[in-house]
Design a binder for this molecule. Sequence first.
Ligand code: DGY
Length: 321
Amino acid sequence: MSRPTILRVPPISPQLHDAVGERYDALDLPDEGRDRFLAEHGADVVGIVCSNVGSVDADLIASLPRLGVIANHGVGYDNIDVPAALERGIAVSNTPDVLDDAVAETALALLLAVRRQVVAADRFVREGRWLEGGFPLTGQVAGSRVGILGLGRIGRALATRLEACGCTVSYHNRHRLPDVPYSYAASPVELAAGVDSLVVVVPGGAGTAALVDGAVLDALGPDGVLVNIARGSVVDEAALVAALQEGRLGGAGLDVYADEPRVPAELTALDTVVLLPHVGSGTHVTRAAMRRLTLDNLASWLADGTLRTPIPELATRDGDA
Ligand code: DGY
């Protein structure tokens, strides 16, 4: 019996690449010569497997007439043209829940690293400067006020960790949540004005583009720290660079950028920022769980047309970064 044809959209991990290849007739979308490839193979493809940074745009969707499912390896799916998929009745899944702990841990690590200047202190030791005198005193996270922009599943996992660190947590969502003990701010500016540090956890996409703009950064102020583990698009990167360079913002911890993997030289030149290469969910344990969930979604749809974790647009659930 012939096996379903699944298109792997790069970049995806070697493990996911191989797992799809073991189960299905798998094709790889090439970087070059896409039109010819799609003209030749497009009509065979019933499913796509992609990661949260592999673009699945309207043109690609249109060139796959039998496409029925897109299984995204990642909780964020702003890489997919969801309206184009939904218009065709194509099912779309993501990988929520299984990465909450890892991403929350990354956010906390960035906040601690910026406030305690962990990276600069490490450099200080390696460069032998300790021999000439002690490292300057730093800020601290314990006892500080932290605002969470986007209190979804990852935001809640972060909030419990912050409480354990002795922080006061507040949040902003489009709507106040009935079941949380944290104080609510009516806007991102109001949230930023009332905290020492702001952590961005909202989903990417058109609805949140530049949600953190110059006004939010100014409200956070010269002693404030911004942490972004959501999407680069959520923060006005030019405004962030200017605020940091001019000392209007105290520091930043970033896992995501506007044009990954390119990071502005203005950011790498600053000592007040800690930069990670989009590794929020990048642990062995979490990536294995994400991989299993991606494959389960695909298998489930192929078996009976259902998904384990459909995206919120299909399932009416809260989004997350
Ligand atoms: C995702 O899965 O969308 C996040 O970027 C995790 O880092």
